[in-house]
Design a protein around this ligand. Structure first.
Ligand code: BES
Ligand code: MN
Ligand code: ZN
Length: 499
């Protein structure tokens, strides 16, 4: 999709379709007022006919509107003007795209003054539109012999603003929105791919390709390298699989070498059967999405590189399958992690934390400014927060606040859970330094407590994306989350570094 920012109102523009807002009940938005004036009251006549009253979710496509250079005018219902908030804006955008997709319209002109959200700036609206529009065109066709071509014809959007002084900020917002959308699309593709294709080896190849395109540095540790280092915990998960495990490291340098990097660590379990603690068969196919943390790291690095942010970012991806076999880890096995701490593996299905802990210890060598791990870690997080909200836990309040704010800003929201010392007791083992599970109660927090034992040397936050990384049912597929949250966090950090 192409996006163009223009300064102007509807009277002098031309195009295939003007999109103008109507509030409840029958109240004209700014651009609707202008269009009504130049058309001698045409819009008011239409509204008076009763075919549309401006309720949220409604729309009406008009043809041959007199005295205008637009071939069509799409009226979009915005609901009550006083109640117009971020959520109404997102609803209106979804409405616009689904209405236009059914038509032959190739380019549409939207007037940003129609959307009066008091606490959001113009450039925020622009990047939201770019992300939602690009997402509405996403299809996963790689594995189909005939692609689904149901995207309609819309390929260009003209976004109109009132003041020339806002032009530069809005044009920058187009770029930011496009970078976020491109990062999400990469994350979605990797998540949606079948697990016989998206293996650890495949992810490593993707990281190398990404590095080549965007002048980053990719390196891959093989199992023998991990053995030498002493990553006994990661290797314990990998030993049941025929697919070799990898530790992928991707380095983006947008600032001087000496600047401390932000490190993103993504869980890359390309299929989680549970291992010997085997999962039930129903919906097990969805465990191909258990590499969504890894996918979000690659997606975010793509966005960061496209935006050429003036910071350093390192992505670390421990990746493996979790399979049952004669060689697989058994419940009761004790392993030694890279940190030297020993772990009693009571449940082989709690494998995410076992691969993350070695990657988190490995992260120490980068002298990080902050480390954020992203993982589809616990079913308990889906029970606690559902599919709307990512779980956030951190050993640093400032970092937690900044991530929460980035989630609010992008609508890719997270909610913080406590990491108090009381919970650490859940991980007590009679036979090793710790157990890898803490029981059913507070399952999301005990998983984070486990990780916290490997992150004492730096500021760290953990994002549990078990509920938000993909959708189930008829809409089954990756969401590309939390690429918006992570990219926004890094953009804001880059801005404060630049000043
Ligand atoms: N990948 C799963 C978590 C998961 C389950 C995400 C369902 C989304 C939907 C993880 O590896 C896992 O199996 N966790 C266990 C931990 C338990 C054994 C302590 C879980 O949540 O059941
Ligand atoms: Mn598991
Ligand atoms: Zn898992």
């Amino acid at each position: 999709m192409d996006f163009v920012i223009k300064v102007g109102t509807p009277e002098k523009q031309r195009g295939a379709c003007a999109v103008v807002g109507i509030f409840e009940s029958k109240k004209l938005s700014e651009s609707a007022k202008v269009l009504d004036r130049v058309t001698q009251g045409y819009l008011k006549t239409i509204l008076a006919s009763g075919d549309m009253d401006g309720k949220a979710g409604t729309s009406l496509l008009l043809h041959n509107v007199p005295d205008t250079l637009f071939k069509r005018v799409l009226l979009v219902g915005l609901g009550k003007e006083q109640e117009f908030k971020q959520k109404s804006f997102q609803g209106a955008l979804a409405n616009i795209f689904s209405s236009l997709q059914k038509t032959a319209v190739t380019d549409a002109t939207v007037f940003l003054s129609d959307f009066p959200i008091s606490d959001r700036a113009l450039d925020w609206k622009v990047s939201q539109i770019v992300v939602v529009a690009t997402n509405s065109l996403y299809r996963f066709n790689q594995l189909k012999s005939k692609p689904d071509n149901d995207q309609g014809h819309l390929r260009k959007m003209v976004l109109c603003i009132d003041q020339r002084t806002d032009l530069a900020a809005c044009e920058a917002a187009v770029q930011q929105g496009q970078a976020i959308a491109n990062g999400m699309s990469l994350a979605k593709d990797l998540g949606n791919l079948a697990p016989n294709i998206c293996t650890p080896t495949y992810l490593a190849k993707q990281a190398k390709d990404l590095a080549k395109t965007h002048k980053m540095k990719a390196s891959v540790l093989e199992e023998k390298d991990m053995e030498k280092l002493g990553m006994g915990s990661l290797l314990a998960v990998a030993q049941g699989s025929e697919q070799p495990a990898k530790l992928i490291v991707l380095e983006y340098h947008g600032a001087a070498k000496k600047e401390q990097p932000y490190v993103l660590v993504g869980k890359g379990v390309t299929f989680d059967t549970g291992g010997i603690s085997l999962k039930p068969a129903a919906e097990m196919d969805e465990m191909k999405f258990d590499m969504s943390g890894a996918a979000s790291v690659l997606g975010t690095l793509r966005a960061v590189a496209e935006l050429k942010l003036p910071i350093n970012v390192v992505g670390i991806i421990p990746t493996t399958e979790n399979m049952p076999s004669g060689r697989a880890t058994k419940p009761g096995d004790v392993v030694t992690s890279l940190s030297g701490q020993t772990i009693e593996i009571l449940n082989t299905d709690a494998e995410g934390r076992l691969i993350l802990c070695d990657a988190l210890t490995y992260a120490e060598r980068y002298n990080p400014k902050a480390v954020i791990d992203i993982a589809t870690l616990t079913g308990a997080c889906v029970i606690a927060l559902g599919n709307f909200t990512t779980g956030l836990m951190s050993n640093n309040d400032k970092l937690a606040q900044n991530l929460l704010a980035a989630g609010e800003q992008t609508g890719d929201r997270a909610w913080q859970l406590p990491l108090w010392d009381e919970y650490q007791e859940l991980l007590k083992s009679n036979f090793a330094d710790m157990a890898n599970i803490g029981g059913r109660a507070a399952g999301t927090i005990s998983a984070a407590c486990f990780l916290s034992r490997f992150t004492g040397k730096y500021h760290w936050a953990h994002l549990d994306i078990a509920g938000t990384a993909w959708k189930s049912g008829r809409e089954k597929g990756s969401t590309g989350r939390p690429v918006p949250l992570l990219t926004q966090y890094l953009m804001t950090e880059a801005r404060s570094v630049a000043i």
